[in-house]
Design a protein around this ligand. Structure first.
Ligand code: ZN
Ligand code: ZN
Length: 365
């Protein structure tokens, strides 16, 4: 995920006014109404909205500054990140003049976000899982109209159907969302009892999601149309499932490649050996040639993780480490052999905590 400050193009110490202004420019530039069918603009628009949802809120910004993305994407269901864009935009376009037009025109439902934790293996091999999450859906009782008897809504008297009222503030006249009809331009005469005239109710539901093999930490899955229902016949928003992956006790991961460490004894490293390596796909034999240095990497082809583009699997990398035992963990024979080895190599080693050569000097001198 990109840095939110970078997304908005502001300095880290920018004040709230500069942040709002930067977001306003991006939102106007990439607004879906101005870029119909442009996927890239849509992504940019959402990215900017996501950044602003955090940096535009003093508390969330402070947490983000301290903890980064972690702070804003911790477990469970968090609808605030993908807050209803129209709220932010209503605020922003209220000044710019583009504005929210009155009337019950169709509007797209808000996008939702769900943070999902996977085990290392689930991410590697893919999984099927069930999510439980609430979303706004059309009210069954009034079929989304909000009206109990099905009577059409009446024009709002306060704003004359425009959905906005003009408010004088010192020298400026500003357009504000009509408080009476909340910008709808009309009001329900006989509100539906199930949804209080909203036309929508919040319902919790279960959703089956298939997670493809090879996903990683930070991967985002978009489930088209699984966000909140739109209003007045508008399309539903999307659901974004953002993935977090638990670490593995033994394996590390870099994209489709998996890495592990194997410890060899000095004798194994010098003379060569055959070792068993536990990979995601079972135990593999690795032939270690004589004279292998610590740090050496071996590659088990195709024993890593499936690539998301389905172009085969990554490799499993084995890094060799040298096991260096403490003298107290060795038996007498092993110690004796080591001293013999040192003598043959002509190097000085400690004996009982004292350097061998130093002792010789004293006794000999
Ligand atoms: Zn209803
Ligand atoms: Zn009104």
């Amino acid at each position: 995920m990109r840095d939110f400050y970078e997304v908005l193009g502001v300095e880290r110490n920018a004040d709230s006014r500069a942040i709002k202004s930067a977001y306003r420019k991006l939102a106007q530039k990439y607004h879906p109404d101005r870029n119909p069918g442009d996927k890239e603009a849509e992504e940019k628009f959402k990215e900017a909205a996501e950044a602003y949802a955090v940096l535009g809120d003093a508390n969330k910004r402070a947490r983000y500054d301290r903890f980064g993305h972690e702070a804003t994407s911790r477990g469970g269901f968090d609808p605030t990140i993908f807050a209803d864009f129209s709220d932010i935009l209503g605020d922003i376009f209220g000044f710019g003049g583009g504005g929210r037009r009155g009337g019950r025109r169709p509007s797209r439902g808000a996008d939702l976000r769900y943070d999902l934790r996977l085990s290392f293996e689930e991410a590697a091999f893919g999984t099927e899982t069930k999510l439980r999450l609430p979303r706004r859906e059309a009210c069954d009782q009034c079929r989304g109209s909000g009206s109990a008897g099905g009577a059409p809504p009446a024009t709002c008297q306060t704003c004359g159907g425009r959905g906005q009222v003009r408010v004088q503030q010192s020298f400026f006249t500003m357009a504000q969302t009509c408080p009476h009809c909340r910008g709808e331009g009309s009001r329900i005469v006989d509100p539906c009892s199930a949804c209080s005239g909203e036309g929508q109710v919040v319902r919790e539901r279960e959703l089956e999601v298939s997670i493809p093999a090879g996903v990683d930490r930070g991967s985002r899955l978009r489930l088209s149309g699984e966000g909140e229902h739109g209003r007045h016949g508008g399309p539903a928003g999307d659901l974004y499932v953002v993935l977090e992956v638990d670490p593995h006790p033994r394996l590390r991961r870099e994209g489709a490649e998996v890495a592990s460490e194997e410890e060899l004894s000095y004798a194994q490293a010098v003379l060569g050996c055959s070792i068993d390596v536990e990979t995601l796909h079972g135990v593999e034999k690795l032939e270690v040639p004589p004279g292998t240095s610590p740090g050496k990497l071996f590659r088990l082809k195709g024993k890593g993780i499936e690539r998301l583009d389905r172009r085969g699997r990554g490799d499993h990398l084995v890094q060799i480490r040298l096991k260096v035992p403490k003298p107290r963990d060795l038996d007498g024979e092993q110690l004796e052999l080591l001293h013999k080895l040192a003598a043959l190599e002509g190097v000085a080693v400690r004996e009982g905590g004292v350097l061998h050569k130093v002792k010789e000097l004293i006794t000999g001198g």
